[in-house]
Write a protein that binds this ligand. Structure first.
Ligand code: HDC
Length: 280
């Protein structure tokens, strides 16, 4: 039986979230609570999942589980209430969906429903996968199940992108993002990150996800859902280049690290919300 604990947030978490994704003091709708269009970036929908009590003990389902070897693999978010409230009390329930055996690694997929405690209405639905190096080879299924938009391949078209947004991340981005609720030492402690193979603590996948989601909103407006695969790591301070292609109601996209030229997000897409416009 999934366990749940409430997450109450106000303008304080909203402003902190927007700042952690690079909002500037001049981006008033993102940083000033008295602005007419004060809003939280829609990818905020992942934040309540940090407060859903983990119903899954990785040690009991995986061989050789080592938290230092865990990376975020993929994320899917559905926004069920728009605009996203700038204050609410939410409750999230997480369940285990599947465990895939990649030979060297295990991929664990979890699903989280988030509801408003007062109205009882659903606000967000998330699915995420953790990619755990060194925990495969247990004789499990090799391929993930097809889950529609959640697992869609979202191949980047061969034409050059329709829109490109570039943004340098802050050196302090990971130190700031942690405070929202993902306290994983991988993003701050060089001793911990070194054991996982990274001399410098890496940026949260969901920070890169949020920054790229902001680029999509700024370019094409709000979306109903968003899915990404984390293909490569990002270091705080690196520059992200979001390359977008409009494909009907979808925007397919990928994100590249300018300094290395490597992709950090691939196979990504959003489904646009028809008739809605972003005011940021
Ligand atoms: O792609 C590699 C990589 O390094 N990606 C970046 C990971 C990253 O930086 N993530 C964000 C930071 S970590 C983080 O934020 C942690 C956070 O604090 C907590 C997260 C909580 C998670 C949510 C809870 C559920 C890597 C290492 C992931 C894979 O690279 P390789 O080992 O070289 O694998 P590759 O040869 O490319 O592929 C092998 C098989 O695995 C599948 N695959 C690849 N990348 C995947 C993935 N599956 C899921 N997610 C990914 N990102 C491939 O399809 C391939 O499968 P098959 O053998 O069937 O073809």
């Amino acid at each position: 039986e999934p366990t749940a604990s409430p997450y109450a947030y106000t303008k304080k978490e909203v402003i902190l979230y927007n700042l952690s994704l690079g909002a500037k003091r001049t981006d008033l709708p993102l940083v000033y609570e008295h602005h007419d269009s004060f809003q939280v970036l829609p990818t905020f929908g992942v934040i309540p999942t940090y407060f859903a009590k983990a119903s899954i003990d990785m040690n009991s389902i995986l061989p050789n589980f080592d938290p230092r070897m865990l990376l975020h693999g993929e994320q899917y978010l559905e926004i069920l209430q728009y605009p996203v409230p700038t204050e609410a009390k939410l409750v999230s329930k997480t369940r285990l969906i599947e465990v895939v055996d990649k030979g060297n690694a295990a991929v664990v997929r979890r699903g989280t429903t988030t509801e408003d405690v007062i109205t009882g209405k659903p606000v967000f639905y998330n699915e995420s996968t953790a990619f755990i190096r060194g925990s495969g080879g247990f004789g499990g299924a090799r391929k993930p199940a097809d889950r529609g938009a959640v697992t869609a391949e979202n191949k980047a078209p061969s034409r050059s992108p329709d829109r490109v947004v570039e943004e340098k991340t802050s050196e302090e981005s990971a130190a700031l993002y942690r405070v929202l609720g993902d306290w994983n030492p991988l993003h701050i402690d060089p001793t911990f990150s070194s054991a996982g193979g990274f001399k410098v603590p890496i940026l949260h996948g969901l920070a890169t996800f949020g920054i790229s989601g902001k680029h999509v909103v700024q370019s094409y407006g709000p979306f109903k859902n968003i899915k990404v695969r984390f293909t490569g790591t990002v270091l705080p301070g690196e520059t992200l280049i979001t390359e977008m292609w409009k494909e009907g109601k979808k925007v397919v996209y990928q994100v590249r690290v300018k300094e290395s030229g490597k992709l950090c997000i691939s196979n990504a897409a959003v489904e646009l919300m028809e008739g809605a416009r972003a005011k940021i």
